[in-house]
Design a protein around this ligand. Sequence first.
Ligand code: SF4
Length: 377
Amino acid sequence: MTLKDYSDYQFLLVEPVAKTAYPPLGLMKISSMLKDKYKGCTVFTQVGNGIPDRLSCPKRVFITSLFTWDWKFLVGSIDFYKRVFPSSEIMVGGISASLLNEDLQCIRGITPCVGLYNDAEFYPPDYSIPFGRRNRASITFTSRGCNRKCEFCSVRVLEPDYFVKDDWQKDIVEEFPFIIFWDNNFLYSPNFEKDCQKILQLGKKVDFNQGLDARLLDEHRAKRLFNIDIDPIRLAFDDVRYERAVVKAIRLARKYSNREIMVYVLYNFKDTPEDLYYRIDLLNREGVLSFPMEYRAPNKRQGKIPGPHWNTFLLRAFKLTLLFYYNKGVISRSRTSFERIYGKTANEFVSRLYEIFRYDKALKRTSKVEEPILYGR
Ligand code: SF4
């Protein structure tokens, strides 16, 4: 039996805009799938709109997407490739296409792949196409989905079914010194013990990039988990109700590891600015880094979208503090800086944000900010 030769097949993988340090993993898996199914085919990659050298007529163009506020880049790429390659099949997927799939159907008549692209999901990423990044980390998942279903979280749309992946080690590249796990909730996995053992045996530095669920960390799990060289240790403090669990998790991490601890802090959801202050102040007192993350409802709009207790002044001013006073938006451990920037009380925090906004406006830096939208304040 002779194998069919697909050397005349061309495929194009497009990342409409590159806004993160990580390459588009979905496209890298699709590349492996294509190279396996269509032996001899050529896979081209492109960041932004353009036509790679030697690409003449791709059989299919796969376009990924990430942040909903980068919607215009996604639509721009769809229009560009439809125009340039009218006879090619255009396939669209990724996070924002999934979350705004109805808009995409209305506006461009495209039915995107919502959530995981099952044909490619079980392939390892093709690390030979790093989309311009200098990648030295294997990226994998030991599980998909999450059964917690937190109200603000899109995982229930993107990965509605929870399942574990027993063969994640196929994604690991021997020469890469790091492994990044993109699990939504590593501690939730029934394979937790088994996976910790596997990771230990690989002997590499590990990053559980999406944050660990503080509520599921107890003494037993901490002992197992922090045997692994996790750097940094990332936790999440999405709601003030989890204060005790977060503080306990920080102390357990300290007990079993000497690595840096960083905590994701969601804001602009149902919280108030005072609530945000309370959480970042607590973390600062605990001597850990906090990484505030603004909640944005899935929406095509580019500007700020304030939650019920926030407004665009406060959102803008808080973002400015992170940009100008802190490195990469991470609030450092320095107590002196914290109090100098944010004050010693929640009231001072709010007053300072208004002062910063006014100062910035006076400097005309805010000239491009759209008209403020006020909710409840
Ligand atoms: S625990 Fe994390 S991943 Fe799971 S639903 Fe909540 S926010 Fe999403």
